[in-house]
Ligand binder design. Sequence first.
Ligand code: NAD
Length: 252
Amino acid sequence: MGTLLENKKIIVMGVANKNSIAWGCVEALQEQGAKVILTYQNDRLHRSLEKLVGDDVPLVECDVSEDENVEKAFQQIERDFGKIDGIIHAIAFADKETLEGGVLNTKKEGYNLAQDVSAYSLISVSRYGSQIMAEKGSIVTMTYFGSERAVPNYNMMGIAKAALEANVRYLASDLGERKIRVNAISAGAVKTLAVTGIKHHRDLLKESQSRTVDGESVSTEEIGNTAAFLLSDMSTGITGDIIYVDKGVHLI
Ligand code: NAD
């Protein structure tokens, strides 16, 4: 076991199941000595998380689609656990019709919902989360290469990820004075629940794997390890940045 995150309390938002990128993060953070607190979207996810973590990890409800929920969740976290040292934001959503319909056919409601949950939520999470964060705090979100290139079928989510990445830069600037850092990991494609919402996701996963430098997809463990580094004091010089953890897919 490592000591990179000893005495650090980290909030992880976005575990749906064992395949989630956020779960890879939880395991990596715990491996480095962090105390982890999970937030969950709704009762259904609460039940599946209870099975996953038992009594070992505290669970706090937080559906990020309403600011009040985010504010309430961080108030509850402060009340129950005191100051925090970091947050992992691994949340995204777009409805099926919007994702599958192509960008040209995107309706305003679908556009707004995807932006709201996938990009704006980083702003509200950073606002309320930073209020209870110790100095040298760190916030990490998850993005994807479809923000920069028109990846087939990634559609609206690519637009939301572009906004998310801009949010990272401006939030890093806003929070810099308080010595709180904000970064994104641009993760390679991995098979999670969210990915199955993308049309022809098997092709996306296969194509992505074939473009890695060694022909093997990146793992959630590898993504989690980078998140652990970004949450640790080893990375105090890095903020407002997008770190690729995709085994070179974006290069080739
Ligand atoms: P996942 O389905 O395991 O996780 C998505 C999470 O978002 C779920 O836990 C879900 O409950 C949560 N969520 C959705 N709407 C929410 C809301 N309103 N309030 C609170 N939580 C909400 O899938 P994942 O692939 O692990 O996704 C995590 C992040 O990683 C997402 O931002 C995703 O875009 C990003 N990402 C995924 C990949 C990939 O290939 N899987 C690649 C790059 C980036």
